[in-house]
Every structure is written in structure tokens, then in C-alpha cells.
Design a protein around this ligand. Sequence first.
Ligand code: B12
Ligand code: SF4
Ligand code: SF4
Length: 400
Amino acid sequence: MSKPQSSNPSQTPAHLPDAAALNQLAHLIKQWGKELGFAQIGISDTDLTEEEPKLQAWLDAGYHGEMGYMASHGMMRARAHELHPGTQRVICGRMDYLPPSAGFATNLRDPNLGYISRYAGGRDYHKLIRNRMKQLGQRIDVWLSEQGFSQSDNRPFVDSAPLLERPLADKAGLGWTGKHSLLLSQEAGSWFFLGELVINLPLPVDIPVSEACGTCIACIKTCPTGAIVEPYVVDSRRCVSYLTIELDGPIPEELRPLLGNRIYGCDDCQLACPVNAAAPLTEEADFHIRQQLKQPELLTLLRWSETEFLKHTEGSAIRRIGWQRWQRNIAVALGNAPYSDDIVSALQHQLESELPGDVAKEHLQWALARQLATKDRLVTDNRKQQRLIRSIEKGLPRDA
Ligand code: B12
Ligand code: SF4
Ligand code: SF4
């Protein structure tokens, strides 16, 4: 395929595609999307006016916590045409990330292993998906040029832009919004990332699929911290994903015991979901879990120096949280582990090393105190977690 010229929205359109050409293009976009590794592509318009009051209510309730960027763009998040003027459609893509041998139950059952959310065990998805979306935009422009049409104005986004990706993908027919607030479908479950290409062409839009959660509330019941405060609404301030990844300061003390061994993100609401029983594995080798992060021993992770942390997490999303938050999270998990002389001396050693910053240090002290307090009694049995492990084993034998 020849390299397209860069798109120039200000140029006078030589020739705009008619309805028949747009139909053909929409069909080709879906085919090219698959060739580029997207499991599904759908197209939506940019109208999210129905979401605006819900987004505002979520912000007003403070559910974004310290994620200031969620509040700082006003309603632009629901208006792709303001984010990128001229946008008429959003091409939404789904990329599956469930890795083979995910070992969920083994990992959750052993409190001496750190649990890392399965989306983060491989390469950082942001760059990979944005790059594929960019290629999709280039193919569109090559085709338009070949047909004698003027090029489009398109731009890829993944996660980091102020855009309500999930509601757009819902409108584009990629799935329905589950009560855990994530998108899911019968064919794909919910183990997928979303990426978008906004474009200035009035492509035909896809039809949303109907909601199919029915009376199920498994995700709400399973959430270890009660973060799904009502169906479809997540209070980030309680979500383990926020507490271990987004939050910079101390993790509220009352929530620490509820984190168990989860040191980066959380998958519980997706693990509990019956729709995920048949979810496909990823076809991207980049999303497979790297060796050092597969069922990792907490004590091994605690002993990583900052240099080792940076080396082992190179190219991974985990690197973004930095070594201090990493140490903070591991300290919490060690505080939640059953008493062990090895853990106590490792925590003492870490505290004496003077290396951790104030936040990590306070968590290491908390963990030490908790370890010593559990010396003469068993760690409280976590029934919710045991129930989840049993249901994973029943529903996902392939990866349990
Ligand atoms: C901020 C953010 C978070 C925050 C807040 C989560 C949240 N639910 O908002 C935190 C850090 C907690 C988080 C965690 C996770 N995230 Co996140 N996150 C985002 C981000 C950047 C913005 C989401 C957002 O706009 N939130 C604002 C609120 C208002 O939106 P909302 O929760 O969808 O709220 C809507 C509903 O409440 C709805 N609503 C209210 N009442 C009702 C009633 C009905 C009937 C209905 C249908 C809807 C409804 O209206 C609201 C407005 O649209 C997106 C990427 C993006 N730019 O969109 C990724 C994204 C949503 N996250 C993603 C992932 C994978 C995760 C995790 C699974 C990661 C992990 N394993 O740790 C967890 C899952 C936690 C969960 N259950 O949500 C994926 C989801 C993919 C999918 N299949 O849907 C996204 C799309 C990133 C991506 N590009 O792939 N995330
Ligand atoms: S990711 Fe974990 S903590 Fe967050 S809503 Fe889902 S189950 Fe709850
Ligand atoms: S666990 Fe049940 S309620 Fe939650 S998203 Fe899955 S089907 Fe819907």
C-alpha cells in the first residue's frame, strides 16, 4: 500500500464520497480493522447528550477522587466534535487482552503472591492500539485518494484523551454497558480495550446491542471494596484499580485490608461475570504476561531495587506508577499476608534502607504492625474471595 499524504482538513474537498461510497468504505473499515488486530469495529455518531447529566452527577458526587483530569475538560468528554472539530463519526475498536494461562485462581488464592490485573502483564496497550488506529486512518485516506476523493481528517485516541470511550463503543454496537460500568458482549465478554478513530465523514452508523445483564448482580456482590455503589456507577475512590494505580498518596487505612494481594489493578468484577466464561483469548503476543510478572512472589517484588523495577516493567503500563507507589502497594499486600518471619525481616530491612519515600515508608510500617499483630492469630478468612475463586474454577477451567 502506498504511503498516504498527510491529511489536511483545511484544503477544499476535491470530491466528497457519496452514500454508496461511504457504505463501501464502512464495510472496508471493518475488514481493515480485523487485519490490524481489532476483534470488532463499530461506528457511532458523536451525540452523547444523554450521558452528560450522568457524567456531571458522577463528578458532583466526587467519584473521580483525585483524577483531576476527569473534571478539567467540562462536557468535552461527551462531545467528540469539540475535542476534534469537524468530527462526525467515531470508529470504535475492540482489542481483546485476556492472556493464555492467566492463572487467576492460583494467584488470588496464594496471599504470598502479588496479583497484577491481567490487562497489565504484557506491553502497554496505549501505544499499540493508537498505532493500529493510526494505520486504519492511513488506509482510509489511501482508499479515498485512490477513489478520487479528498482525504479525511481523522485522529486516533486511546484512553488518555477526554473522551467517553465506553458510551461511544456502546452506541457503536460493540456491546452493552454492564452493571460494573464496563462494556461487554456475549461473544467477547469484557476482557478488551477500546480505541477510537474520530473522523469527519458521515459514515453509516451501527446499531447498539440490547443490555443483557438481566437480574444478575454478581459484579456488585463480588467487588472487594464495595466500589460499585449502584448498578453502572463506580466510586473510583473505593475501586482497587484507582487505589493501586491512580492514587498518588496514602491508601485509606480502612480500605487496605480489603485489597488482599492485589498490587496493580483488580479484575474481580470481570471474574465474577458469567458472560466472561466464554471470552476469547488475545491474539496479541504483546499482551501475554511477561515471565517476571507471572504469579510473582511478593517478597521478590519488594526486593526489586528501583533500577530493577524500571528494567522489569519497561514498555509496560505498570512503569507509570513509579517505584514508590509500587512499594506502597506491595507493602499493603504483605500486611495482608499471613504472618511470616521472612516477611517481617524483609519489611524491617526495607524500612532501614532509607530508600522508600514517606508514603511507601508509612505503608511498610503499617504492614509490619499488621504482620506482628497477626502473629498469634490467623488472617481473617475472606469468604467473598474464596467464593470468587471457586466460581473462577468452575467457569474458567482453561485459565483457573
Ligand atoms: C477513569 C477511568 C477509570 C477509573 C474510573 C472507572 C469508571 N467506571 O469510570 C478507574 C481508575 C476506577 C478505572 C478502573 C478500571 N478501568 Co478504566 N477507565 C477510565 C477512563 C479513563 C474514563 C472512564 C470514564 O469516563 N469515567 C467517567 C464515568 C462517569 O463514566 P462511567 O463509569 O462509564 O459512567 C457512566 C455510567 O455511570 C453511566 N450510567 C449512570 N447511570 C446509568 C444507568 C444505566 C442504565 C446505564 C446503562 C448507564 C448509567 O453514565 C455514566 C456516564 O456515561 C476510561 C477510558 C476513557 N477515556 O473512556 C477507562 C476504561 C473505562 N477503563 C478500562 C478498564 C479496562 C478498567 C479496569 C478493568 C482496569 C483494571 N483491571 O484494573 C478497571 C475497571 C473498574 C470498573 N469497574 O470500572 C477500559 C474499559 C474497557 C471495557 N471493556 O469497557 C477503558 C475504556 C480504557 C480503554 N481504553 O480500554 N478506570
Ligand atoms: S475493579 Fe475491583 S474494586 Fe474496582 S469495581 Fe471492579 S471489582 Fe470493584
Ligand atoms: S456480572 Fe452480571 S450484572 Fe455484572 S456485568 Fe456481568 S452480567 Fe452484568
